[in-house]
Structure formats: structure tokens, C-alpha cells
Design a protein around this ligand. Sequence first.
Ligand code: NZQ
Ligand code: ZN
Length: 385
Amino acid sequence: MQNFEFQNPTRIVFGQGTVPSLDKLVPADARVLILYGGQSAERAGTLAEVRAALGPRVRSEFGGIEANPTFETLMRAVALVRAERLDFLLAVGGGSVIDGTKFVAAAAPYSGDAWAILESFGSVVQEALPLAAVLTLPATGSEMNPSAVVTRQTTHTKAFFASPKVYPQFSILDPTKTYTLPARQLANGVVDAFVHVMEQYLTYPAAALVQDRFAEGLLQTLIEIGPKVVNGPADYDSRATLMWSATMALNGLIATGVPQDWATHLVGHELTALHGLDHGCTLAVVLPPMLRLRRDNKRAKLLQFAERVWQLRDGTDDDRIEQAIQRTQDFFESLGVRTRLSGYGLGPEVIAPLVEALTAHGMTRLGEHGDVTPDQARLVYEAAL
Ligand code: NZQ
Ligand code: ZN
């Protein structure tokens, strides 16, 4: 096991009917900015509950944060925070709203050009406003981690940063808030959580027995509840299980002491930036060919994955590896998430610009061995046609 430090300061308040606890969690003298996306939180009544819970506190609101939040929109929120001297940010939404809120929290006190926060991957962040979240979409883990992904619209650059300063102080996870989600977003959430686990688990053995078993438990749980959540009627226990799985998949716990990959995410980001695919869909497209391409380097963990997660015990090693990858791909398809570029209307002509974008963004040595080059990424995109 590799050396590590682990500290996660986010307080989780989990369960049905927990939104009113905002009143005791947000300081009474806070000047609050509520940040949200389109109309889903208003329509579902969540914003009304939040406003009621905040009571007489000074508050403003900033709506319109897009899926895949943009720098341009978020800088308008930064201007509002500065103009109204707001000092506590409350995100109400999914990963995009929470990520956007993290960026606003870091950018508001930053005196230089705020794009530097992303260019430096967060290393320039010295301070940030306190933030918290009411989660409405289980997927990204942003509610309990220090990362955020922001897109610069003018250049189609999807960039990320991380800083310990932007961990949410607390996050409210009420599974009933997922009842209004369309099947497409639930499926994206299952795939995103699944691939987060894979990025931290499916590398090479590191004698990390605890982390491996946690990771395998999360993968098996997602396989068990995924179809129920996406295809069945809203059911509290399955939604609660999805919500907690997605949080646990990317809150740092299973990353302790192990190598990490993240090539699938970074190769997928260009598909969102250039063609607008949902984040979860990019992962469903990229992960299967990525695993096939790198099966030699990942051999030991692929065999472990085949046996422990998919219970594959017959056939040669190569057979079991291929079956495990195919089962994973079939699982994504069974949730209604297409796993081929052609399923999104994209053909061979898109590949060269995708590879160029990866190179331009410096994404040239990805993966746990730093050996996923733009040429390798080209093979992945080609195999995904
Ligand atoms: O905008 P509204 O109206 O709120 O609608 C949203 C949005 O259209 C809707 N939605 C959210 N909660 C709902 C709901 N609709 C009905 N009922 C509800 N309860 O869902 C749509 C998608 O929301 P979004 O927040 O974009 O989805 P998600 O949570 O999947 O977040 C995706 C973003 O997170 C980033 C992605 O790159 C992408 O930008 N990621 C962040 C990570 C992190 N911070 O650690 C890690 C991830 O790998 C990911 O990269
Ligand atoms: Zn993700």
C-alpha cells in the first residue's frame, strides 16, 4: 500500500426530510447566495424549502448554471457575490451546480484573472468562501470532494481544479430529491459512479485489500440497484443506496494508498467539450475500449474484477477479461446509455479534432503509468465508433 494522508471535512446530513436542518447548519448571521441550475429545483419545490429553512437570513439567488457549468456564467455569480458582499454559498442541484459553486467560492476572493484557478489545477487557491450543498442528483461525488470541472465556452476547454479550500462544509443528501430525475440522468449517475470506482480500482495491484473490497462492494451495489433505479418506480431504499454509493465512490476513501488512472474521464471530457455529450455518456463510450486497449498493463486487476465483481470463473484468462469488459458494456447499455460514438450521431470525422484538443490541453501522458498518449486515445476513439 502506498503512503497516504486522508482527511475529509465535509459533514453529511443524510435522509428524508433533512433540508430544514439548514437552519442549524448555516450560521445565523451569514449573507447567503443560493446557486442553482435551470428550473428543476424550483419546480420540485426544493428551492422553496431551502428559502423557508434559511428564514430571515440575508440572501440572494443566482440561477441558470448550466449542465457542464461555464466560466462565463460563473463569473457573473462572482460579480454578484462581490457587489452584495455575500459570504456563504449554498449550491442546490447536481454536480454542475456544486462544481460551479466551488469555482465561485475560490474566484470571489481571488484578485487575478480567475481562469488561473483552472490553469493551475487549483494550486493558486489560497482562500475560498465557505460553501455547502443540497444534492439533487447522485453522480459526481462533488458533494463530498474538493474538485470541480468548469468549461470555458469561448475555447471549448473543459478544465478542472481541486483545492482543500473548496470541500463543502456540509452536504444535505435527501434521496427523495431524486424522485423528479428523468431516467437519462439516473442512468448517467449510475455510470459516473461506476466509472469513478474503476478509475481508482482498475489499475495494478497495490496490496490495498481494504480499498479493493470497498471498491468491489460499490461496483456490485451499483450493478444490483442500477436497473431498479433507472427502469423501476421511485423507491426510497434504492435511491438512498445510489446516493450513498455515488458519494462514497469519489470522496477520497477508495483512493487512499492506491494508484489512479483517470484516462477515461480525460479522454471523455473532449467529447463533452466538442460535441455536448452528457458526462456519463462519454464514460460509457470510452471505458470499454480503454480497458481493451490497456488489458496487458491492467491484466491482474482485470482478472480480479472478472472474478469478484462479475463472478466469472470459467475459460482462459483472456476469455474472462473480455467477458468482464463486455458485461460492463452491456450493463451500461441495459441502463439506456449508448456505448458507441455512432449512437450519438458521431462518425470517423470527429476523431482528429478530438485528438488535437487533447494535445492542445496537455493531456498527453494519461493513466496510472502515464502511457496513454494522444495516439493511444485515437485508438480508443476509433474502437468506440
Ligand atoms: O439545471 P437543472 O434544471 O437543475 O437540471 C439538471 C440538469 O439539466 C437536472 N437535474 C438535477 N437534479 C434534478 C434534475 N432534474 C430533475 N430532478 C432533479 N432532482 O439534471 C441535469 C444534469 O445536471 P448536472 O448537475 O449537469 O449533472 P451531474 O450531477 O451529472 O454533473 C455533471 C458535471 O459534473 C462534472 C462533470 O464533468 C459535469 O460537468 N463532474 C464533477 C466531478 C467532481 N466535482 O468531482 C467528477 C465527475 O467526474 C464529473 O467530471
Ligand atoms: Zn465522472
